[in-house]
Ligand binder design. Structure first.
Ligand SMILES: *[C@@H]1O[C@H](CO)[C@@H](O)[C@H](O)[C@H]1NC(C)=O
Ligand SMILES: *[C@@H]1O[C@H](CO)[C@@H](O)[C@H](O)[C@H]1NC(C)=O
Length: 398
């Protein structure tokens, strides 16, 4: 029970953070000038100029889509859970979006509902309307992906684009391509970084949290907390709460919470990068997203949200939620995974690969310590990852 209390406390720190001022405001990360920069500003640091678009989804969410023009075919980048488009430009000239621009690609960086760039709706208020938060990766796949894809195609006057997605970005893509199969025609190639459709083999750190998931969800529901890991000063609170627990170094106390979940790679992210990372990361997650992933862990199935037998009957006309039929994913898919990834594990990723009918490549990154977060933030991503991506785009993309 003590563990539960601690976890709840940590979760609530994230949630109730933004308005209160921080006491330890003299800690070094406050000096990082890039900490609140947006995508456009981060790109400009590299001498690259981005445009901004607002797209409105069929169900009324307003999302910011960033564009860095290039002469080659469009590539749409979709981030993972709790993240934003900024993840693709955070390492300056050694970031994926910038590398693609230098290769001549027309780069589009999307954002999903609920994050810093998607906390807006035509008539729902995220601060007061609970229904705003009534979504998981299911709605991201059904509504956010189509809105972004259609806008990119319209702006570029193309019929197809290439997509690169990380983690939850892949989960939601598989929702899209199984439930709205016409979108398979609009996406020539999906490069799936650390894809997640099964969570049977997640590491012990994540598994112990997942086992407490239903209890945590119940408490959060009772407290009517729908938005978790909100954007704002949450990062600072997180760092403070962990770093004041014991006499741990800055590196350990910041790497640890993520590392225990995603896999520990001591060389993956240098301590100098941590402040910038945590000033940008955790930009809003819905409780329902975590619940939905939690159900996947318990069921071993890639299925729609489980509302319980009687409500499932009302929603789906069946007692059990329908599974997403991966055999319907016609888009060419290339999978890149990390052998030390505790979230998208080798076993789960290979099971996914076997089920995808149009798999063009499945490859482990040539660094056996590679984890879930090295795909976006790894110090050496430019060395181990970008080459594969550019090769895949040239060979299998449009
Ligand atoms: C990003 O920053 C630029 C420059 O400060 C500003 O003009 C723009 O409105 C910002 N965009 C978003 C989506 O925050
Ligand atoms: C990135 O590279 C460009 C072009 O080589 C250069 O002008 C710019 O100063 C670099 N930016 C950073 C932040 O290193």
């Amino acid at each position: 029970m003590r563990l539960v209390v601690i976890i709840i406390q940590i979760l609530s720190l994230f949630t109730f953070s933004s308005s209160e001022s921080t006491k330890h405001s003299d800690i070094s990360y406050n000096k990082v000038s890039k900490e609140r920069m947006n995508f456009t500003e981060l790109s400009r640091e590299c001498g690259v100029y981005a445009e901004e678009f607002e797209v409105v989804t069929e169900d009324g969410y307003i999302l910011t889509l960033f564009h860095i023009p290039g002469k080659k075919k469009p590539v749409l980048l979709v981030h993972g859970i709790g993240d934003t488009s900024n993840t693709w430009v955070l390492r300056g000239n050694k970031s994926l979006a910038i590398a693609l621009v230098r290769e001549g690609y027309d780069v589009w960086a999307g954002n999903i509902r609920g994050n810093r760039y998607g906390r807006k709706h035509v008539n729902l208020n995220p601060d007061t309307d609970e229904t705003f938060w009534d979504f998981s990766f299911h709605q991201v796949g059904l509504f956010d992906w189509p809105a972004m894809i259609d806008r990119v195609l319209k702006e570029t006057k193309q019929t197809k684009l290439n997509a690169i997605a990380h983690s939850q970005g892949t989960t939601s893509f598989f929702v899209l391509s199984t439930l709205k199969p016409e979108y398979n025609e609009k996406v020539e190639l999906l490069i799936a970084l650390a894809p997640v459709a099964f969570l049977d083999h997640i590491g012990p750190g994540m598994a112990s949290i997942a086992k407490l998931g239903p209890l945590i969800a119940k408490v959060l529901k009772t407290l009517r907390i729908n938005e978790i890991f909100a954007d704002g000063n949450a990062d600072k609170k997180l760092m403070e709460s962990f770093c004041t627990l014991g006499k741990l170094t800055e590196k350990i106390c910041t790497i640890f919470p993520l590392g225990i979940i995603t896999g520990i790679n001591p060389d993956g992210i240098e301590s100098e990068f941590i402040p910038l990372l945590f000033s940008q990361y955790f930009a809003g997650i819905s409780r329902k997203t975590l619940e939905h992933y939690n159900q996947m862990y318990f069921s071993g199935k890639f299925a729609q949200f489980d509302y319980g037998p009687s409500n499932n009957l009302l929603v789906y006309g069946k007692i059990a939620p329908p599974e997403y039929d991966l055999s319907k994913v016609r888009t060419k898919t290339a999978i890149l995974y990390g052998e030390n990834d505790m979230m998208a594990t080798v076993e789960d990723v290979q099971r996914l690969g076997r089920l995808l009918p149009n798999l063009v490549c499945i490859k482990a990154i040539k660094d056996e310590k590679w984890t879930h977060i090295d795909f976006t933030w790894g110090r050496e991503a430019y060395k181990y990852l970008f080459g594969h991506i550019i090769e895949l785009l040239n060979k299998n993309g449009r």
